[in-house]
Ligand binder design. Structure first.
Ligand code: BGC
Length: 862
């Protein structure tokens, strides 16, 4: 029988090859598990009716393989498929399903579109009513072969052609450092066009470009005062001729039925003003006036590196109650990020108000944590029968919604919460015998979904929602296990590089927007700035993309070089503003950076860790002199760290869990003091009744530090603690996402009074990485998951765990359960991977690809 085909080919880190921004996309495929290890492959590229094959290429490469043909030119389409050979079979596999790749507009001269928007007077200092723009046009009266829409905006857009929405993306074009990079998308709109009369139009919103955004209610016009569409529709007829409809002075604009729109504020929509046929040739011209045209440097228009934001799930309310003043209070049973879609029927002018919140207090929406983000949507009904509506250019973080003004009988089926986030491919799963730990893991997953909204944000609900560098730095190992986030984070890291200051400083959040005095001028800070070195390395480990590491290397190097200068010859970074172990639970509420751990201990520890990782990166990239230089630097910092912060007996100057956890996890101690530090760490944790005493820096490290110094039992005590502060405390309080503070909701059920009280912040969920590696037992041990370790370390009374990870090579899975005599484990090793298994009490041994059942008789695993 012919061996099974590999998966269809993927291009770069995209799931869809349409509109790719390079003429030489790299190819990846996953060999079929049943086909055995790949020994050789052949790629076929079919373009312009001609196909070309590479011939049989010996090798196991199947990840980001170089484009094997002449570069594609703008708008060029190719079909790509692959087949493989295993060592044991001379017959090739079947060909994979062909995948389509098609380039976008690769050169600036391909663009003729100009930004177009409202020409009427607007007050840039005030709230402005959004516009819609459109154009009626004639397509030639001959068959259309294909049509593509290349589209972006200053602000946000949603396009329609002949009454049908184009694509299903939300908040397009997302958020990048707009002056340098504005992403456009490519849509296949062939089926929406007809020969003869057609209409194209777009809804516009302010979004990040000119909407109010940032602290204290936000700043308007961060990137510009205009709200404009930039679109180019290219129609190719079967005879090869083309028509191009680009945004220019011939378009028209009209005030939108969206009366107000803001990412924080929400949206107000007057359906009485809507004409559902506004993008059809028959639409009335009343109220439409010629547009104003602007300029945009086409060199700044770039294709996306990752998937768009879209709705990925719909949730109906689990309960609806009536408040004393007659409003409807809906509970969706899950704290989520998205918006409501409602269908309501009532007299014209009936106004429905939709408010959102993550938690209730005294039976009412608790909106104080949202600060200045009003998160209120308003619909004014047209009075023409049942009307279905969902806001377009906003998202809210909520579990509860309150609806005011519902006309007639309330139908719970008429309201749906639509979950939105960057639509990444899920790659990681974990569950175990403890339902509370499973809920904690679910909460991590939901916090990732809610905060991976084009950029990795701190929180999705209050007037912030910024790309805080420290949060993703600690969470990236968890994120890259759960989802294929390579494209999205690669894109964001490009923006981090663009926002890096000339002296090497990495901003606290990216994209940079006007900040509070604390963040202005921007100062370098440990743990946050270290995203420049650590996150590219994490992505390289998980996704195996050496080019990604190469592209971001200069950013990491400039960061470490800066810190080297700041530290001076003694190698101690002990000056300047630092956030330290941010949100240490013992820090005073008004100064979350003032925890028990010396901030400069944290800074110097991170300096060593970054220098070490930069050396690893330099080594991987073949920059040998850099590798030596940064290794030496890391050694010197380590020595300096020890003499400044560690006493001879292993006690540290900050006798705090974070200090020990960091020193152990970053490998900053000699063997003797390392064990002493581990013992002291365990002692501190146990003294404290195994309640959490760490913040953003210590929390992601503490379980590993305990595990690696033979205090696994203490790590499990911490994990399974249910008293405040602890991970499972939040679960006992009904959390369905990870909270910003250990006690965002306090044991008496009241809200934490602090100004920062989010219920959806992934940073403290970084413990899931330990769940995957230590409880679950699957660890990536070489770049691109070429080698894996299956090393479950059971404890805490957990009797089984099942962990699965879709590696670039295929499925890795480990199920273990304790038995009377020890442990039974079922392990799946993907093809082309080298694996080591180490069950408790057993010597490590090699495992070949395939599925294996193993037993250990070690009673420690019970
Ligand atoms: C954010 C954090 C962030 C921190 C830095 C907060 O307001 O929500 O998650 O990292 O500020 O100080």
């Amino acid at each position: 029988m012919q061996p099974h085909p590999p998966s269809p080919v993927r291009f770069e880190h995209l799931t869809d090859g349409l509109g790719i921004g390079t003429g030489t996309p790299r190819l990846s495929w996953t060999p079929a598990a049943q086909a055995g290890d790949q020994h050789a492959y052949e790629v076929e590229v079919e373009r312009q009716g001609r196909s070309r094959r590479t011939g049989r290429v010996t090798g196991s490469d199947h990840l980001l393989v170089a484009w094997p043909a002449e570069p594609l030119t703008s708008r060029e389409r190719a079909l790509v498929r692959v087949r493989t050979w295993s060592a044991s079979n001379s017959e090739p596999s079947a060909w994979s399903e062909p995948s389509i790749v098609e380039t976008g507009l690769l050169t600036p001269t391909d663009w003729s579109a100009l930004p177009v928007g409202a020409a009427w007077d607007e007050d840039p200092a005030a709230e402005r009513r959004p516009a819609r723009v459109r154009k009626h046009f004639e397509a030639d009266d001959k068959p259309i072969h294909r049509a593509r829409l290349y589209i972006t905006a200053h602000g946000l857009y949603e396009a329609e052609i002949n009454g049908t929405r184009v694509g299903d993306e939300a908040l397009a074009p997302g958020w990048t450092v707009y002056p340098h990079r504005l992403r456009y998308r490519t849509h296949d709109v062939t089926s929406l066009l007809t020969p003869g009369a057609n209409t194209i139009g777009a809804w516009l919103g302010d979004g990040w470009y000119r909407g109010k955004y940032g602290f204290d209610g936000g700043t308007r016009n961060i990137y510009g005062t205009d709200q404009s569409l930039i679109a180019q529709l290219e129609i190719t007829y079967t005879d090869g001729t083309t028509t191009v409809i680009a945004t220019d002075h011939t378009w028209h604009a009209a005030p939108s039925p969206i009366l107000t729109s803001g990412l924080y504020e929400g949206e107000t929509f007057d359906a009485r003003l809507d004409d559902p046929n506004w993008t059809t040739p028959a639409a009335s011209p009343d109220g439409w006036t010629p547009v104003r045209t602007g300029t945009r440097d086409p060199r700044t228009l770039v294709a996306p590196d990752g998937p768009p934001v879209r709705c990925t799930q719909e949730i109906l309310p689990v309960s609806v109650t009536r408040t004393p003043d007659g409003h409807h209070l809906l509970d969706f049973g899950q704290n989520l990020v998205g918006r409501l879609r409602i269908t309501a029927d009532g007299p014209a002018g009936t106004t429905l108000t939709l408010r959102h919140a993550e938690v209730l207090q005294d039976g009412e929406l608790a909106t104080r944590p949202l600060r200045e983000a009003h998160s209120t949507d308003t619909l004014i009904l047209p009075g023409t029968g049942p009307y279905t509506w969902e806001p377009r250019f906003t998202l809210h973080g909520f579990r509860y919604a309150e609806i005011t003004g519902w006309p007639g009988e309330f139908d719970p089926q008429a309201v749906t919460a639509r979950v939105h986030h960057t639509d990444m491919r899920r790659t990681g799963w974990f569950e175990c015998s403890d339902p509370m730990v499973n809920r904690l893991h679910e909460n991590v997953l939901w916090s990732m979904r809610g905060n991976f909204v084009d950029i990795p944000t701190d929180c999705p609900q209050r007037d912030e929602r910024l790309g805080w560098t420290g949060d993703i730095q600690v969470f990236a190992p968890t994120a890259s296990f759960l989802y294929d986030c390579a494209g999205m984070l690669d894109s964001w890291l490009t923006d981090v590089g663009l926002e890096q200051l000339p002296d090497g400083t990495i901003p606290w959040y990216v994209p940079v927007i006007p900040g509070e005095p604390m963040w202005t001028p921007i100062q370098p800070g440990a743990a946050w700035g270290d995203v420049a070195t650590l996150t590219p390395w994490t992505l390289y480990q998980r996704f195996g993309d050496l080019e990604l590491l190469r592209r971001h290397y200069p950013m990491g190097k400039a960061w470490v070089d800066l810190v080297e200068k700041l530290a001076g010859p003694d190698r101690l970074w002990d000056t300047g503003f630092q956030l330290g172990d941010w949100l240490d639970p013992t820090a005073p509420p008004n100064d979350p950076a003032a925890g028990r751990t010396d901030r400069h201990l944290v800074a110097t520890g991170y300096f060593a860790h970054s220098a070490r990782h930069l050396a690893h990166a330099a080594h991987a990239l073949g920059h040998t002199s850099d590798a030596d230089r940064y290794d030496t630097l890391a050694n010197e910092i380590t020595t300096a760290f020890q003499s400044r912060y560690v006493h001879p007996d292993g006690r540290m100057t900050s006798d705090s869990p974070t200090a020990y956890a960091l020193a152990i996890a970053f490998d900053l101690l000699d063997t003797t003091r390392r064990q002493a530090a581990g013992d002291r760490l365990a002692e501190l944790v146990n003294q404290d009744g195994a309640r959490i005493a760490t913040g953003f820096v210590g929390t992601p490290l503490i379980c590993d530090a305990l595990t690696d110094t033979s205090h696994l039992d203490t790590a499990y005590r911490l994990l399974l603690q249910t008293d405040c502060p602890s991970w499972l405390y939040t679960v006992t309080m009904g959390a369905t996402t990870i909270w910003e503070r250990w006690d965002s909701l306090r044991p008496d059920g009241t809200l934490n009074p602090g100004g920062m009280t989010s219920f959806n912040h992934y940073a403290l969920g970084a413990v899931a990485d330990w769940l995957h590696r230590v409880v679950g037992g699957i660890e990536v041990t070489a770049p691109g998951a070429r080698t894996l370790a299956f090393r479950p370390r059971p404890g805490g009374g957990i009797t089984w765990a099942r962990t699965r990870h879709e590696t670039p090579h295929g499925t890795a899975e480990l199920f273990w359960e304790t038995t009377g005599a020890g442990m039974k484990a079922k392990i799946t090793v993907p093809p082309n991977c080298t694996a080591v298994v180490e069950l408790p009490g057993c010597e490590p041994s090699r495992l070949t690809p395939g599925t294996h059942t193993l037993h250990s008789t070690d009673t420690a695993s019970k």
